[in-house]
Design a protein around this ligand. Structure first.
Ligand SMILES: Cc1cc2nc3c(=O)[nH]c(=O)nc-3n(C[C@H](O)[C@H](O)[C@H](O)COP(=O)(O)O)c2cc1C
Length: 230
């Protein structure tokens, strides 16, 4: 579930990092046992649900709104839930099965590396030669961005330019579908979150934390719970 540095091969690295890279829905065994228990998997119920039930079923998609990282509190998704969220994010429409999206869950070590990279970006953005020259408050704020929220994920895109039948815009659509599935599934589990990119996501030191050669850090996703007052 935890993460390491840039990948050698996207699939192999995603597997090392606990991402589900080749699943296409729940395993057959799960289907069969759900059917034995009378639970319809991926099928419409015989009698259509009423409007209230329909709204309840769709509520994660009808009611989702973003909550920023500074407001997100514990609990966040646990390891088993994160594995399911990654599975949902991989199980999206994907022309040619190119797997243009990889989602990386940050462990403490990776958050530390993001903190250092955010400081490098902040210094560069201010024309400073070193993060040590940053104002103390700016340093604290930048570090906090790497540690806010119980769960930090990186959405990493690898867009192939040599597959004429699957042009880049189709691959980006699949990356967006993965982001949507991730946020929808997290909402369905009762969590909140937000996708964020900004200039720092494009900074080479930041990108290098989770991306390999030819990959783009499409955005961060912060997940957790809304504070009780929200
Ligand atoms: C890839 C991506 C990157 C984003 N980056 C930012 C960002 O850097 N800053 C920001 O304020 N919103 C960003 N957003 C938008 C927010 O995640 C959020 O969707 C927006 O504030 C609207 O709020 P809502 O989701 O509650 O409708 C980004 C969205 C996407 C899909």
């Amino acid at each position: 579930m935890s993460t390491a540095g840039p990948p050698q091969g996207a699939h192999r690295s995603a597997q090392r990092e606990g991402c589900s890279v080749s699943t296409a829905g729940p395993p057959q065994g799960a289907h069969r046992s759900a059917q034995r228990e009378g639970i319809a998997v991926g099928t419409r119920p015989r009698a259509p649900p009423g409007p209230d039930a329909t709204r309840a079923i769709l509520s994660p998609w009808l009611t989702r709104t973003s909550t920023g990282p500074r407001r997100l509190v514990a609990p966040g998704p646990d390891a088993a839930e994160c594995a399911l969220l990654l599975q949902a994010a991989q199980n999206v429409s994907d022309h040619g099965r190119l797997r243009p999206c990889r989602i990386v869950l940050a462990d403490t070590d990776q958050r530390e590396r993001y903190a250092a990279a955010f400081l490098a970006h902040a210094a560069a953005a201010r024309g400073l030669a070193s993060p040590a020259l940053l104002d103390a408050q700016v340093r604290d704020d930048e570090r906090a961005k790497a540690f806010n929220a119980p769960c930090l994920l990186s959405v990493v895109a690898r867009i192939a330019s040599d597959v004429p039948q699957v042009p880049p815009h189709e691959q980006w659509m699949s990356v967006g579908a993965s982001l949507g599935a991730l946020l929808g599934a997290a909402t369905a589990l009762g969590y909140a979150g937000k996708a964020l990119s900004g200039a720092r996501a494009a900074h080479p030191a930041v990108r290098a934390v989770a991306c390999g050669e030819g990959e783009v850090l499409a955005c961060f996703v912060y997940l957790g719970s809304r504070p009780p007052t929200c």
